[in-house]
Design a protein around this ligand. Structure first.
Ligand code: NDP
Length: 253
């Protein structure tokens, strides 16, 4: 079902590892032209090579590596212009970059709360606004966001992260209500626990204290590959909200 996207241009943030990398690979297999963004250029180059190897009819110029710190809001317009200069169009923006820092609800520091909101919320808001303006002029477009099941439920030791992801749902529900009939599509991707760098980091608070269970290879979490494929299918189907991997959440709580 992802084949319907063949030839489209999709811009993925957080494409240098984890879920973003695997969304990129799944879309490449379906012949989607890609913009890969994150801070680590060497990792983006690695993902680009993999995409070309497994991609459907993708040549070097069909994948643009565009390093970007999503919290550097001032450079978003310049990056967007580079995408349009390169491909002449953008069909889908996939806001996937994000992080979590777990801590006791009453102990987490305000500076850490702010860092999570800067990346998981304002990074998405700032980039999406530029894309939506363009989509409205163009006659339509599609925004996807890697939210989380934590954007739907509350998870212990995760209040701020849950707050960032819930905020994203409200923000895009507002957009859809306002732009009804304008051919703007939104997909809120809501994975459950998935193996990636993210979980290893997210179980330690700033004081180095660990929360929840450590990540073990035997845990019932989705692989990044499975999660990436499910996300790509949800995007291809323009599904408004896609929950995935609910079952593996149970050992966490
Ligand atoms: P990873 O840590 O593997 O990936 C995070 C990605 O975000 C990396 O590519 C990282 O690249 C990028 N990133 C981080 N900070 C920035 C920044 N300031 N600017 C640009 N890119 C940035 O974790 P996941 O793949 O797990 O996380 C991806 C998304 O999935 C997140 O939004 C997360 O909230 C969500 N999610 C994860 C779940 C899980 O269990 N793993 C479950 C549900 C949702 P770089 O360091 O190169 O910048």
């Amino acid at each position: 079902p992802i084949d319907v996207l063949e030839g489209d241009v999709a811009w993925i943030t957080g494409a240098s590892s984890g879920i973003g990398e695997h969304i990129a690979l799944a879309l490449a297999q379906a012949g989607v032209r890609l913009v890969l963004s994150a801070r680590r250029k060497a990792e983006l180059d690695r993902v680009k090579q993999k995409c070309i190897e497994i991609g459907r009819n993708l040549k070097d110029e069909d994948i643009l590596v565009l390093p970007l710190d999503v919290t550097d809001y001032d450079c978003h317009q310049e990056c967007f212009d580079r995408v349009i200069d390169h491909f002449g169009t953008l069909d889908i923006l996939i806001n996937n970059a994000g992080r979590s820092q777990r801590a006791d609800w009453e102990k987490i520091e305000l500076s850490v709360d702010k860092q999570m909101f800067d990346l998981n919320v304002f990074g998405v808001v700032a980039l999406s606004r530029i894309a939506v303006r363009y989509f409205l002029e163009k006659g339509g477009g599609h925004i996807a966001v890697t939210s989380s099941l934590a954007g739907v439920f509350g998870v212990p030791f995760s209040g701020t992260y849950d707050g960032t992801k819930h905020a994203i749902h409200g923000y895009f529900n507002g957009l859809l209500a306002e732009k009804i009939g304008k051919n703007i599509h939104v997909t809120l991707l809501c994975p459950g626990p998935t193996f990636s760098n993210f979980l290893a980091e997210s179980f330690t608070d700033t004081a180095g204290e660990k929360y929840g269970q450590p990540v073990r290879p035997t845990d019932r979490r989705m692989t990044g590959e499975r999660c990436g494929k499910l996300c790509a299918v949800a995007i291809a189907n323009r599904q408004r909200e896609a929950w995935m991997g609910l079952f593996p959440l149970m050992p966490l709580v």
